[in-house]
Design a binder for this molecule. Sequence first.
Ligand code: SF4
Length: 214
Amino acid sequence: MNNISKTMQILGKKYPRSTTTLNTMRGNSTPFEILISCLLSLRARDEVTDVISKDLFSIANTPEKIVAMSDKELKKIIFKSGHFNKKAEILKSVSRELIKRFDSKVPDDYDNLISIKGVGPKTANIVLAFAYGKMVLPIDVHCHRIPNRLGWIKTKTPEETEKVLEKILPKKYWKEFNSAFVQFGREICLPISPKCSECLVNKYCKRVGVVKSR
Ligand code: SF4
């Protein structure tokens, strides 16, 4: 068994059920709710996204309802997620586009998703994986940073990471990869000063680019 499989087995066992907001929404939320939560989660803490998403969906959980809200009301609800002016604008424009171009439905294919202004590759892949159960690899900052540190890949951007991981990560690990790496990145393999001494996979890690650790 190579280092990738060994690492995935250890992390998959350690983080068997994801507690991240978007993962807990799998199977329990509509594709629209998953898309909106993903847009709200950008640069926001998970606990905050969780609360804001629930507050928002209790009032507006369809594109029509978001469009019908006043800007003031929408901003008041999403205020704590940070960058609330920009996010309110995106939530409204995405909702309008869904109504106009997709009969109010969230598309289930990558090309249509990224054709919506404000929806990037990471958001598109999260929607495909979490809302539609498709075999894709949603890559966020943790999923980009950690495989580079481990020495699996040598990439500069999350987009590049996605392409390389698609080739080297066995498909049987795709479903758990995002949730395991997000939690691992928040608890142990932190962006600054990772906790290498506590790390369960340190013997398989090349620690590329790690200058200071705990
Ligand atoms: S050994 Fe350190 S750098 Fe490597 S995966 Fe573990 S925490 Fe991250």
